[in-house]
Ligand binder design. Structure first.
Ligand code: ZN
Length: 328
């Protein structure tokens, strides 16, 4: 049985106590708060043939098959490769599954995560299943980009806003997972992950604190004319593009705030604090805001998995960043 996160118990109790379930749920909320686990647990409960006090029993044939990953009435859909789209043929196979009879005689269950990864064709193919649901099938969709789903998909599902942990719940959980990490590094990880603990844990596994420091070192060299944009782009090869855009966006927010308040920003990374504080006097607010618009547009393209040339995009980013500093 999947374990819930500590901040999910109240929401779980409400979900599990429902006497009736819709044919489609849409779990949504920011990345890194455990939406998948909540959906998975509901799936277990809905398939269990002998629930105990609104919990999956963990022992019936259905529960055992599910935990072995071989339940014939459970169907999971995800991109075949990380960060790639869910394709229309994957959804067609799902639609076929919905059309079959449950082999264990109970419900059938579909878990689709992340739903925003469906391309337009795939989303349209899924609509068919949402419009003409098969009586015994429950679809569980999970997304962290609710607004990028087709409105027709959103309106046909019962939406479940997943609870976001409080800052103290987030710290407590992360501390328990990473007892060897210092308090300062935990604070930095949570700040990088905008406070979402699972995302912070993932960033730790990827080495994100080191990545951000590497970025800052290279940017400093760029500013002092010791490095070319193309060489910086090379040095950042391992860092996910989306993360780079996220960070630059966060930095522009901090820069604008500093320009208004004229005091150093609150960030747990001392390297970042010093770097941004130095930049405050060298940049101009209106230009930072214009750059922010450009960042958002590009981030959107990255997120939509558009066919982008990574090196060219990073060079464009770095050239604009440099212009911002020299123009200020
Ligand atoms: Zn069971």
């Amino acid at each position: 049985m999947v374990e819930l996160y500590p901040w999910q118990h109240t929401q779980w109790a409400q979900l599990a106590n429902r006497t009736q379930h819709p044919h489609a749920y849409l779990f949504h909320g920011p990345q890194g708060i455990g939406k998948h686990v909540l959906a998975q647990r509901l799936g277990q409960l809905l398939l269990c043939s002998n629930p105990q006090q609104h919990q999956p029993c963990g022992q019936c044939k259905s529960c055992l098959l599910l935990s072995a990953g071989s339940h014939p009435d459970f169907y999971a859909v995800q991109p075949e490769e990380a960060d790639k789209a869910i394709r229309v043929d994957q959804i067609r196979a799902l639609v076929d599954f919905v059309g079959t009879t449950a082999q264990l005689g109970g419900r059938k269950l579909v878990l689709l995560d992340p739903a925003e990864a469906m391309n337009t064709q795939a989303a349209n193919a899924l609509l068919k299943s949402l419009e003409e649901p098969s009586g015994d099938t429950v679809l569980l969709l999970v997304t962290h980009q609710l607004s990028s789903l087709l409105p027709t998909i959103r309106s046909r599902c019962v939406k479940q806003a997943c609870r976001v942990p409080s800052p103290s719940e987030a710290v407590r959980w992360l501390q328990a997972q990473l007892p060897e990490v210092s308090k300062e590094d935990l604070a930095q990880l949570l700040s990088l992950a905008r406070g979402f603990p699972l995302q912070a844990f993932r960033l730790h596994e990827q080495g994100a604190v080191q990545w951000q420091n590497l970025m800052l070192e290279e940017l400093d060299k760029l500013r002092q004319g010791q490095q070319w944009p193309s060489a910086v782009a090379d040095a950042w090869q391992a860092i996910p593009l989306l993360l780079i855009f996220d960070w630059f966006y966060q930095w522009t927010l901090l820069l604008v705030r500093q320009q208004i308040t004229r005091s150093p920003c609150q960030t747990p990374n001392p390297l970042l604090r010093d770097y941004l504080y130095e930049l405050t006097a060298q940049t101009e607010c209106t230009q930072v805001l214009a750059f922010q618009d450009w960042l958002l547009q590009q981030r959107h393209a990255v997120q939509n998995r558009a066919n982008l040339n990574r090196t060219l995009l990073l060079e464009a980013l770095l050239v604009q960043w440099s212009d911002l500093i020299s123009a200020g």
